[in-house]
Design a protein around this ligand. Structure first.
Ligand code: CS2
Ligand code: MG
Length: 405
């Protein structure tokens, strides 16, 4: 079964998504997500100019060999653009193999390790009160786990807080140039411990609480925050410090028992190997789109299982329903599953482009039994929402120094 055609679609139903469609000589096609938020066209060029020409005519069944060919063959290995291109091809080939076998992808991975996939929802607000009211809504909708992100008093904008925007799509919207946001760690520390103290007294001890630091603290600040949050028993503290400095997590680990999660910006197992084998973290949050696809995530999850590290795939609004589908099949199979981030199935226009059968009930998601990944892509609908350049924000400290967004 030869690869006959590979198309790349960039559409902007509220925010940009890059979708790859691989079609075989038998007419079977598969879908992959190649979205890198703010650098979408770089991945399109990588695919169209450098990856696709090498794949036409290859056997679509040889997923592993194609993965190794694209990973080793580039010479300039790793990185987000390269690995997103490989990821999209990989997801599409798994989709094709499932369709040909007449089986959902999780069956090809090893079958079900669980019926449903536990999700965590996002709660945010302009105040602690608003954030906890939002969290209560999620809990009343059956979510067992909620991420809390509250506006930092004295800062104009805070990561993860929608403000007057109705959803993340409107928040990300079209940013023709990177907006500049100000960060203050002292102001943040004043808020964050209070947020979780009030959260526990208002929400009780049963609900799992999470928080995303978004890489903004130095290692010793992260260690301090982890210690301060210990009484509130978080499920995990995410991206406590920058991901490039893996040994920072050795420092953090030495000071706190608050569970640590990281991974959404990693692109290969090499990026997180030390964290996992030294057990400096508890959850690995890689995304199929950013870390090389299903083949790569399976390998990372297997490696992590040796060291009691659980898979908690990234689930941000800038990952398409095709990536979410890949995660649903991986999460249904993987023995060392932790939890899946869930920000909803987006807006009307996104649902017009991507159709799927995944269901969510009482904070749990249930995988599609359709052969392959279980997602359809409407090319005509996608054409209605042309690409619009949009950047992620950049962050500066109050004295103007560049910081980590
Ligand atoms: C965030 C992401 O969901 C998360 O954990 O870190 O939403 C992140 O901000 C985006 O993926 C950046 O594009
Ligand atoms: Mg995050």
């Amino acid at each position: 079964m030869k690869i006959e055609k590979i198309d790349v679609f960039v559409s902007c139903p509220g925010r940009n998504f890059v979708t790859v469609k691989v079609t075989t000589s038998d007419g079977v096609y598969g879908l992959g997500d190649a979205t890198v938020n703010g650098r979408e066209q770089a991945v399109v060029a990588m695919l169209q100019e450098h990856v696709i020409p090498c794949l036409i005519g290859r056997d679509a069944h040889n997923i592993e060999d194609i993965w190794q060919y694209l990973y080793r063959g580039v010479y300039w290995r790793r990185g987000p653009i390269n690995m997103a291109a490989i990821a999209a091809i990989d997801m599409a080939l798994w989709d094709i193999k499932g369709k040909v076998a007449g089986l959902p992808v999780y069956q090809l991975l090893g079958g079900k390790s669980r019926q449903g996939v536990t999700l965590y929802a996002h709660a945010n607000g302009e105040s602690i009160e608003q954030t906890l009211a939002n969290a209560e809504q999620h809990v009343s909708n059956g979510f067992k786990a909620v991420r809390l992100q509250s506006a930092v008093p004295g800062l104009e904008v805070t990561y993860g807080v929608l403000g007057d925007k109705k959803d993340y799509f409107e928040l990300q919207g079209s940013r023709p140039l990177p907006p500049e946001e100000t960060w203050s760690t002292p102001k943040y520390f004043d808020l964050v411990v209070e947020l979780f103290e009030q959260a526990r007294s208002r929400l009780g001890n049963q609900v799992q609480l999470l928080h995303d630091v978004h890489s903004r603290l130095t290692p010793i600040e992260s260690a301090r925050l982890g210690k301060l949050l210990e009484p509130y028993n978080l499920l995990f503290l995410e991206d406590a410090s920058i991901a490039e400095n893996q040994t920072a997590y050795k420092t953090i680990r030495q000071h706190t028992t608050t569970p640590l999660a990281i991974g959404e910006t990693y692109n290969t197992l090499w990026d997180c190997k030390d964290l996992i084998q030294n057990q400096w973290i508890d959850y690995i949050r890689v995304a199929a789109t950013h870390a090389g696809g299903i083949t790569a995530l399976k390998r990372i999850a297997d490696f992590a299982s040796v060291f009691n590290v659980q898979l908690a795939p990234h689930g941000a609004p800038d990952l398409s329903p095709v990536c979410f589908a890949a995660h649903m099949h991986l999460n249904t199979w993987v023995p060392n599953f932790g939890i899946q981030e869930f920000v909803g199935f987006g807006n009307e226009s996104l649902r017009e482009i991507f159709q799927h059968e995944f269901t969510v009930q009482n904070g749990m998601a249930y995988v599609s039994e359709a052969p392959g990944l279980g997602v359809e892509f409407d090319e005509q609908a996608a054409l209605k929402y042309p690409y619009k350049r949009s950047y992620l924000p950049v962050s500066r400290l109050e004295d103007g120094s560049m910081w980590h967004w």
